[in-house]
Design a protein around this ligand. Structure first.
Ligand SMILES: *[C@@H]1O[C@H](CO)[C@@H](O)[C@H](O)[C@H]1NC(C)=O
Ligand SMILES: *[C@@H]1O[C@H](CO)[C@@H](O)[C@H](O)[C@H]1NC(C)=O
Ligand SMILES: *[C@@H]1O[C@H](CO)[C@@H](O)[C@H](O)[C@H]1NC(C)=O
Ligand SMILES: *[C@@H]1O[C@H](CO)[C@@H](O)[C@H](O)[C@H]1NC(C)=O
Ligand SMILES: *[C@@H]1O[C@H](CO)[C@@H](O)[C@H](O)[C@H]1NC(C)=O
Ligand SMILES: *[C@@H]1O[C@H](CO)[C@@H](O)[C@H](O)[C@H]1NC(C)=O
Ligand SMILES: *[C@@H]1O[C@H](CO)[C@@H](O)[C@H](O)[C@H]1NC(C)=O
Ligand SMILES: *[C@@H]1O[C@H](CO)[C@@H](O)[C@H](O)[C@H]1NC(C)=O
Ligand SMILES: *[C@@H]1O[C@H](CO)[C@@H](O)[C@H](O)[C@H]1NC(C)=O
Ligand SMILES: *[C@@H]1O[C@H](CO)[C@@H](O)[C@H](O)[C@H]1NC(C)=O
Ligand SMILES: *[C@@H]1O[C@H](CO)[C@@H](O)[C@H](O)[C@H]1NC(C)=O
Ligand SMILES: [Cu+2]
Length: 567
């Protein structure tokens, strides 16, 4: 294969510097320009932050195991970073993206050349901004195809389509965010949900732009689904067409056919749609799954249309698919707990059996006392907060990766607690108010290379019980169990699935319940773990793992690139 001189020289240099790992960069870099662009939705126009003027942003197409470069230019007004969600970035946290965790933001006028290092990920993953709430409009899909010469573990679909679920506020997202910070209350709910950036027929001024999927009868379509919404778990279904889930979070699953699915922010699904019905027009639809009491939320429904090609007269009115009620925890729980890894010869599972490091952490909504003269619209005049093991995470002012690599003291502490500091009935209906106030801190947990880690996430009913989609950077993990109520360390492990648990990067911890994950810490670096509902992320439901280097050359972090954005 012919390739340009510059790339060749880069390759040789990279080979010498980085032990050969980078010598696979044969494609030109992607160019991502962050810039404002006007978009009209719900009868009004505003400027939104986009990549290359597109909303949703461009789709990245790669093969499993590829390494690519994306040159990110910030031509917008705000500090921004981009995260490649589900790309595990082996030994290379430098490109991971969360601001003040692995990098300082790319400032307006700045540029950062980011590498995406894929390994076992295959299926659908995605990318999004990771600063404040800029990800509300800055997101797109990553299609990871099988390696050349290999194929899907299911019949090759006739076509592949992104189905990206999101939300839309009529107001500027920074105004929503700033008001949310200033009041200490819940953020304003979105004005619409969207499918591929479009609200759909049920909203004003939207019908002409509703996303339409044209299908041929008899063909099969791979829906590459992403939930990019800022704050809501969603139910999704296609009228008259059960869909067959074949992958989740960039890992294949056993086929699971369902009338509807539940998908949390941060999660992706690959699902087959068989166009085997009477030629007609059918709605696909999504709306919120929301369980916090006494909090209002966006109750609207977004739609798109599956349109059969051919010569026929469509039914005069389309019917909506059945979607569970907003508060149907068992519908969401049932779907999440029914997913299984494919566990085939080509896609084996390796669930850690010998756990060397166990953490049990609460994931909790909290309150903080009102600041003097502040507006405090949280419960009883407080400000909302959130925590893990009773520590509400505070972002440092320089990134943790830089502090770790450069031995800079005073940026973070290494005392993230292994267990809840206080044991109580986490899911009790009435809890003493004095438990609600967390500590504030920037605490990491340090893992030895190769340790096999188990984390039990325990939801609490402090302030309000609700589901939490917990996302780990740098590693996928096996979801070996989940349940309602308090985790029972004697009984619950007996029910763990160590045979074919799903391999994910975002796990939904059910309302007033628990989830257990396992992974091998074989990716040295600094890795963020947080709730993917952005209001909880902002309130502090976050922590950081530092995975130490191993002994061998290929067990150590690679050096930083020369263009890390400065603080
Ligand atoms: C995020 O928003 C907060 C509050 O408005 C602001 O202080 C901070 O500078 C913003 N960060 C970035 C990176 O823009
Ligand atoms: C939030 O909602 C309130 C009540 O509807 C409204 O008065 C306010 O202007 C909204 N703020 C933003 C930033 O959308
Ligand atoms: C869900 O909400 C409906 C009304 O919207 C109510 O009748 C039902 O009891 C609720 N279910 C649960 C489990 O809270
Ligand atoms: C999910 O619901 C189906 C149908 O009601 C039931 O057969 C199955 O056992 C449930 N699975 C779980 C994990 O709750
Ligand atoms: C389990 O891990 C511990 C600690 O690393 C080690 O001493 C032990 O040999 C391991 N056991 C098995 C069965 O691998
Ligand atoms: C808070 O408000 C009171 C009364 O308006 C005022 O006297 C005081 O100076 C204010 N404190 C601060 C920190 O702004
Ligand atoms: C915890 O609280 C729940 C809800 O109030 C109750 O059903 C359960 O019995 C309590 N568990 C214990 C161990 O007290
Ligand atoms: C969290 O820590 C604070 C400060 O020590 C304490 O007052 C509160 O009760 C703790 N809450 C829980 C749930 O541990
Ligand atoms: C607000 O205060 C009331 C009365 O003290 C109490 O019953 C309620 O639990 C409080 N709510 C929260 C979320 O703290
Ligand atoms: C980590 O595990 C791998 C595979 O099991 C092994 O080859 C390697 O020696 C281990 N490294 C360390 C530092 O434990
Ligand atoms: C943008 O990032 C730089 C570097 O971290 C920081 O000094 C500056 O305060 C940030 N600006 C805003 C508005 O957050
Ligand atoms: Cu949460």
């Amino acid at each position: 294969m012919w390739f340009g001189n510059k790339i060749f020289i880069t390759c040789v240099l990279a080979f010498l510097l980085f032990d050969g790992l980078y010598c696979c960069q044969l494609s030109d870099p992607y160019r991502f320009v962050l810039e404002e662009a006007p978009y009209t939705r719900l009868c009004s126009t505003k400027n939104i932050l986009t990549v290359n003027g597109e909303f949703p942003g461009p789709t990245i197409r790669v093969n499993a195991g590829d390494q690519i470069t994306v040159d990110v230019y910030n031509k917008g007004k705000y500090n921004v970073t981009i995260h490649w969600h589900g790309v595990n970035q082996l030994r290379y946290p430098w490109s991971d993206g969360p601001e003040y965790i692995t990098q300082c933001p790319i400032q307006p006028g700045g540029k950062f050349s980011q590498k995406l290092i894929l390994s076992t990920e295959e299926g659908t993953i995605w990318w999004h901004a990771h600063s404040n709430w800029t990800r509300a409009t800055v997101y797109g899909a990553i299609f990871v195809y099988p390696k050349p010469g290999t194929t899907y573990p299911f019949p090759k679909p006739d076509a592949e389509v992104p189905i990206i679920l999101g939300g839309w506020w009529k107001r500027d997202i920074m105004a929503v965010y700033e008001q949310f910070i200033a009041t200490g209350g819940v953020p304003n709910q979105s004005d619409a949900f969207t499918i591929n950036g479009q609200p759909g027929d049920l909203y004003p001024c939207s019908k002409s732009e509703t996303f339409k999927l044209n299908v041929d009868q008899g063909k099969t379509y791979l829906l590459r689904m992403v939930n990019a919404d800022v704050n809501d778990i969603l139910f999704f279904a296609v009228a008259g067409h059960p869909i067959t889930v074949v992958g989740a979070d960039g890992s294949y699953t056993k086929p699971l056919t369902r009338d509807y699915i539940a998908i949390a922010p941060g999660q992706t699904l690959d699902a087959l749609l068989h166009a085997n019905q009477q030629p007609d027009h059918y709605y696909m639809a999504a709306r919120a799954y929301f369980t916090a009491i006494n909090v209002d939320f966006d109750r609207s429904t977004t739609t798109a249309i599956v349109q059969y090609n051919g010569n026929y007269t469509p039914s005069p009115s389309l019917s909506l698919p059945y979607l569970p009620n907003y508060n149907d925890t068992s519908a969401s729980f049932n779907f999440s707990s029914s997913l299984r890894s494919l566990a085939s010869e080509d896609h084996p599972v390796s669930v850690p059996k010998n756990v060397t490091t166990q953490l049990i952490t609460t994931v909790s909504v909290n309150t903080l006392p009102c600041i003097p003269n502040g507006t405090c619209q949280g419960p009883n005049g407080t400000r909302f907060s959130a925590s893990m093991n009773n520590i509400s995470f505070i972002l440092p002012s320089i990134d943790i990766l830089q502090a770790y690599y450069g031995h800079i003291k005073g940026v973070y502490g290494d005392h993230f607690p292994k267990y809840p500091p206080y044991i109580f009935n986490f899911t009790d209906e009435y809890l003493p108010l004095n438990l609600e106030i967390p500590k504030l801190g920037t605490e990491v947990y340090i893992l030895d290379y190769n340790s096999t880690v188990e984390i039990v996430f325990q939801g609490t009913n402090l302030v309000a019980g609700i589901d939490h989609p917990m996302h780990l950077h740098g590693h996928s993990f096996y979801v070996v169990g989940l349940g309602q109520g308090n985790f029972d360390p004697e009984k619950d492990p007996l029910g763990y699935n160590l045979v074919d648990p799903p391999y994910r990067n975002t796990v939904t911890v059910p309302k007033n319940g628990w989830s257990t994950i396992r992974f091998k810490a074989d990716n040295p670096g600094v890795w963020f773990m947080h709730c993917h509902l952005d209001r909880h992320l902002t309130w502090g439901m976050d922590m950081v793992f530092i995975v130490r280097d191993g002994d061998q050359w290929d067990e150590r972090m690679l050096p930083p690139p020369p263009d890390m954005p400065p603080c």
